[in-house]
Design a protein around this ligand. Structure first.
Ligand code: SAM
Length: 219
Protein backbone atom coordinates (compact mmCIF):
# COMPACT_ATOMS: atom_id res chain seq x y z
CA UNK A 1 0.00 0.00 0.00
CA UNK A 2 1.33 3.43 -0.95
CA UNK A 3 1.02 5.91 1.89
CA UNK A 4 0.86 9.65 1.43
CA UNK A 5 0.85 11.99 4.42
CA UNK A 6 -1.02 15.08 3.27
CA UNK A 7 -3.75 16.57 5.43
CA UNK A 8 -5.34 19.47 3.58
CA UNK A 9 -8.62 21.38 3.90
CA UNK A 10 -10.63 18.60 2.23
CA UNK A 11 -9.56 15.90 4.69
CA UNK A 12 -9.73 18.30 7.68
CA UNK A 13 -13.28 19.28 6.67
CA UNK A 14 -14.36 15.67 6.27
CA UNK A 15 -12.88 14.86 9.68
CA UNK A 16 -14.84 17.70 11.29
CA UNK A 17 -18.03 16.33 9.73
CA UNK A 18 -17.26 12.86 11.09
CA UNK A 19 -16.74 14.26 14.61
CA UNK A 20 -20.05 16.17 14.35
CA UNK A 21 -21.78 12.96 13.27
CA UNK A 22 -20.27 10.95 16.14
CA UNK A 23 -21.38 13.61 18.61
CA UNK A 24 -24.84 14.42 17.30
CA UNK A 25 -26.03 11.17 15.73
CA UNK A 26 -23.97 8.50 17.51
CA UNK A 27 -24.18 10.34 20.86
CA UNK A 28 -20.49 10.08 21.78
CA UNK A 29 -20.37 12.40 24.79
CA UNK A 30 -16.73 12.41 25.89
CA UNK A 31 -15.26 15.58 24.38
CA UNK A 32 -11.69 14.30 24.88
CA UNK A 33 -12.46 11.30 22.69
CA UNK A 34 -14.03 13.55 20.04
CA UNK A 35 -10.99 15.86 20.17
CA UNK A 36 -8.67 12.88 19.64
CA UNK A 37 -10.69 11.76 16.61
CA UNK A 38 -10.58 15.34 15.30
CA UNK A 39 -6.78 15.24 15.51
CA UNK A 40 -5.78 11.88 14.04
CA UNK A 41 -5.76 11.84 10.20
CA UNK A 42 -7.68 8.60 9.57
CA UNK A 43 -7.00 8.82 5.82
CA UNK A 44 -3.30 8.16 6.53
CA UNK A 45 -4.32 4.53 7.09
CA UNK A 46 -5.86 4.26 3.62
CA UNK A 47 -4.39 4.07 0.16
CA UNK A 48 -4.90 7.48 -1.50
CA UNK A 49 -7.42 5.92 -3.92
CA UNK A 50 -9.74 5.32 -0.96
CA UNK A 51 -9.30 8.57 1.00
CA UNK A 52 -12.92 9.47 0.33
CA UNK A 53 -13.91 6.44 2.46
CA UNK A 54 -11.76 7.39 5.46
CA UNK A 55 -14.27 9.78 7.04
CA UNK A 56 -17.37 7.68 6.52
CA UNK A 57 -18.57 5.84 9.61
CA UNK A 58 -17.60 2.43 8.24
CA UNK A 59 -15.02 -0.30 8.86
CA UNK A 60 -12.69 -0.74 5.87
CA UNK A 61 -10.36 -3.53 4.64
CA UNK A 62 -6.68 -3.01 5.49
CA UNK A 63 -5.36 -6.23 3.93
CA UNK A 64 -4.73 -9.72 5.28
CA UNK A 65 -8.48 -10.18 5.79
CA UNK A 66 -8.56 -7.52 8.53
CA UNK A 67 -10.29 -4.16 8.91
CA UNK A 68 -9.73 -0.72 10.38
CA UNK A 69 -12.59 -0.46 12.89
CA UNK A 70 -15.57 1.80 12.23
CA UNK A 71 -15.00 5.26 13.78
CA UNK A 72 -18.09 4.79 15.98
CA UNK A 73 -16.67 1.52 17.35
CA UNK A 74 -13.32 3.18 18.10
CA UNK A 75 -15.09 6.10 19.82
CA UNK A 76 -17.39 3.75 21.77
CA UNK A 77 -14.59 1.51 23.06
CA UNK A 78 -12.36 4.50 23.86
CA UNK A 79 -15.15 6.23 25.76
CA UNK A 80 -15.66 3.10 27.87
CA UNK A 81 -11.97 3.02 28.81
CA UNK A 82 -12.01 6.46 30.54
CA UNK A 83 -8.33 6.93 29.67
CA UNK A 84 -6.32 9.04 32.12
CA UNK A 85 -2.94 10.56 31.29
CA UNK A 86 -0.11 8.02 31.81
CA UNK A 87 -2.53 5.05 31.98
CA UNK A 88 -0.72 1.87 30.96
CA UNK A 89 -2.96 0.44 28.27
CA UNK A 90 -2.67 -2.94 26.58
CA UNK A 91 -4.34 -3.00 23.15
CA UNK A 92 -4.89 -6.46 21.66
CA UNK A 93 -5.28 -6.23 17.86
CA UNK A 94 -3.24 -3.27 16.61
CA UNK A 95 -4.69 -3.64 13.10
CA UNK A 96 -4.05 -0.40 11.22
CA UNK A 97 -2.81 1.39 14.36
CA UNK A 98 -5.58 4.01 14.19
CA UNK A 99 -7.03 3.11 17.59
CA UNK A 100 -3.48 3.14 19.00
CA UNK A 101 -3.10 6.78 17.88
CA UNK A 102 -6.39 7.71 19.59
CA UNK A 103 -5.18 6.16 22.87
CA UNK A 104 -1.84 7.99 22.54
CA UNK A 105 -3.65 11.29 21.89
CA UNK A 106 -5.39 10.78 25.24
CA UNK A 107 -2.03 10.54 26.99
CA UNK A 108 -1.86 6.78 27.54
CA UNK A 109 1.30 4.68 27.44
CA UNK A 110 0.27 2.03 24.92
CA UNK A 111 1.44 -1.57 24.62
CA UNK A 112 -0.11 -2.91 21.43
CA UNK A 113 0.06 -6.40 19.95
CA UNK A 114 -0.90 -7.72 16.50
CA UNK A 115 -0.71 -11.32 15.33
CA UNK A 116 -0.48 -10.56 11.58
CA UNK A 117 3.17 -9.93 10.76
CA UNK A 118 2.47 -7.69 7.73
CA UNK A 119 0.18 -5.40 9.73
CA UNK A 120 2.71 -5.24 12.56
CA UNK A 121 5.50 -4.36 10.12
CA UNK A 122 3.38 -1.62 8.61
CA UNK A 123 2.41 0.01 11.92
CA UNK A 124 5.95 0.04 13.30
CA UNK A 125 6.84 2.21 10.29
CA UNK A 126 3.70 4.32 9.84
CA UNK A 127 2.95 5.35 13.44
CA UNK A 128 6.41 6.71 14.35
CA UNK A 129 6.42 8.50 10.98
CA UNK A 130 3.20 10.21 12.10
CA UNK A 131 4.81 11.07 15.45
CA UNK A 132 2.99 8.36 17.46
CA UNK A 133 5.16 6.15 19.62
CA UNK A 134 3.79 3.02 21.26
CA UNK A 135 5.40 -0.23 22.41
CA UNK A 136 4.73 -2.56 19.46
CA UNK A 137 4.59 -6.35 19.71
CA UNK A 138 3.92 -9.11 17.20
CA UNK A 139 2.25 -12.31 18.38
CA UNK A 140 -0.80 -13.82 20.00
CA UNK A 141 -2.27 -11.16 22.27
CA UNK A 142 -4.98 -13.46 23.65
CA UNK A 143 -2.42 -14.31 26.36
CA UNK A 144 -1.85 -10.62 27.02
CA UNK A 145 1.73 -9.45 27.54
CA UNK A 146 2.43 -10.67 31.10
CA UNK A 147 5.98 -9.29 31.19
CA UNK A 148 4.67 -5.70 31.03
CA UNK A 149 1.65 -6.22 33.33
CA UNK A 150 -0.13 -4.89 35.31
CA UNK A 151 -2.19 -2.54 33.13
CA UNK A 152 -4.69 0.17 34.03
CA UNK A 153 -6.75 -0.74 30.98
CA UNK A 154 -6.89 -3.60 28.47
CA UNK A 155 -8.68 -3.14 25.15
CA UNK A 156 -9.49 -6.05 22.85
CA UNK A 157 -10.33 -4.93 19.31
CA UNK A 158 -11.37 -8.36 17.96
CA UNK A 159 -14.34 -10.58 18.84
CA UNK A 160 -13.61 -13.13 21.59
CA UNK A 161 -15.56 -16.36 22.27
CA UNK A 162 -15.03 -15.92 26.04
CA UNK A 163 -13.23 -13.65 28.51
CA UNK A 164 -9.65 -14.91 28.85
CA UNK A 165 -8.89 -15.36 32.55
CA UNK A 166 -5.22 -14.64 31.83
CA UNK A 167 -6.13 -11.07 30.76
CA UNK A 168 -8.06 -10.40 33.97
CA UNK A 169 -4.96 -11.32 35.98
CA UNK A 170 -2.96 -8.66 34.10
CA UNK A 171 -5.23 -5.83 35.28
CA UNK A 172 -4.31 -3.62 38.21
CA UNK A 173 -6.83 -3.57 41.05
CA UNK A 174 -9.23 -0.88 39.80
CA UNK A 175 -8.22 -1.71 36.21
CA UNK A 176 -10.69 -2.20 33.37
CA UNK A 177 -10.97 -4.67 30.48
CA UNK A 178 -13.08 -3.77 27.43
CA UNK A 179 -13.75 -6.79 25.21
CA UNK A 180 -16.39 -7.79 22.63
CA UNK A 181 -17.63 -11.30 23.51
CA UNK A 182 -19.90 -13.56 21.50
CA UNK A 183 -20.04 -15.85 18.46
CA UNK A 184 -18.71 -15.26 14.92
CA UNK A 185 -21.73 -13.18 13.93
CA UNK A 186 -22.15 -10.76 16.82
CA UNK A 187 -20.54 -9.83 20.09
CA UNK A 188 -21.67 -7.94 23.16
CA UNK A 189 -19.34 -5.16 24.21
CA UNK A 190 -18.35 -6.17 27.72
CA UNK A 191 -16.51 -4.32 30.47
CA UNK A 192 -14.88 -6.03 33.44
CA UNK A 193 -13.61 -3.97 36.35
CA UNK A 194 -11.14 -5.63 38.71
CA UNK A 195 -12.45 -4.36 42.05
CA UNK A 196 -10.21 -6.56 44.26
CA UNK A 197 -7.65 -9.36 43.90
CA UNK A 198 -10.37 -11.95 43.14
CA UNK A 199 -13.40 -9.77 42.59
CA UNK A 200 -14.62 -8.51 39.21
CA UNK A 201 -17.66 -6.54 38.06
CA UNK A 202 -18.93 -7.39 34.60
CA UNK A 203 -21.28 -5.27 32.47
CA UNK A 204 -22.64 -6.28 29.04
CA UNK A 205 -23.52 -3.44 26.66
CA UNK A 206 -24.35 -3.06 22.95
CA UNK A 207 -23.95 -5.52 20.08
CA UNK A 208 -21.14 -5.21 17.53
CA UNK A 209 -19.56 -7.32 14.82
CA UNK A 210 -15.78 -7.70 14.98
CA UNK A 211 -13.27 -9.87 13.12
CA UNK A 212 -12.40 -12.86 15.33
CA UNK A 213 -9.78 -12.86 18.07
CA UNK A 214 -7.65 -15.83 16.98
CA UNK A 215 -5.24 -17.56 19.34
CA UNK A 216 -4.53 -19.56 22.40
CA UNK A 217 -7.24 -17.98 24.59
CA UNK A 218 -9.56 -17.25 21.66
CA UNK A 219 -11.04 -18.86 18.52
N1 SAM B 1 -8.47 -1.12 16.22
C1 SAM B 1 -7.90 -1.58 14.99
C2 SAM B 1 -7.83 -0.46 13.98
O1 SAM B 1 -8.32 0.63 14.26
O2 SAM B 1 -7.29 -0.68 12.91
C3 SAM B 1 -8.78 -2.62 14.39
C4 SAM B 1 -8.35 -3.94 14.62
S1 SAM B 1 -9.11 -5.21 13.68
C5 SAM B 1 -10.83 -4.98 13.90
C6 SAM B 1 -8.71 -6.54 14.78
C7 SAM B 1 -7.26 -6.93 14.76
O3 SAM B 1 -7.04 -7.93 15.74
C8 SAM B 1 -6.82 -7.55 13.43
O4 SAM B 1 -5.76 -6.82 12.89
C9 SAM B 1 -6.41 -8.97 13.82
O5 SAM B 1 -5.33 -9.46 13.04
C10 SAM B 1 -6.03 -8.79 15.26
N2 SAM B 1 -6.03 -10.00 16.07
C11 SAM B 1 -6.90 -11.04 16.06
N3 SAM B 1 -6.55 -11.96 16.97
C12 SAM B 1 -5.42 -11.49 17.60
C13 SAM B 1 -4.58 -11.97 18.63
N4 SAM B 1 -4.80 -13.15 19.24
N5 SAM B 1 -3.53 -11.23 18.99
C14 SAM B 1 -3.26 -10.03 18.39
N6 SAM B 1 -4.02 -9.53 17.41
C15 SAM B 1 -5.08 -10.24 17.01
Amino acid sequence: MAYKFVDNYREKGARKQLVKFLKEVRKIGDQRVLDAIAKVPRHYFFDETFWIQAYRDIAFPIGDGQTISQPYTVAYQTELLHIQKKDRVLEIGTGSGYQTCILLELGAEVFTIERQVKLYERTIKVLPHMGYNAHFFCGDGSNGIPEHAPYDKILVTAGAPFIPEILLKQLKIGGLLVIPVGDEKSQLMTTILRVAENDYEKVSLDTFRFVPLVGDQAW
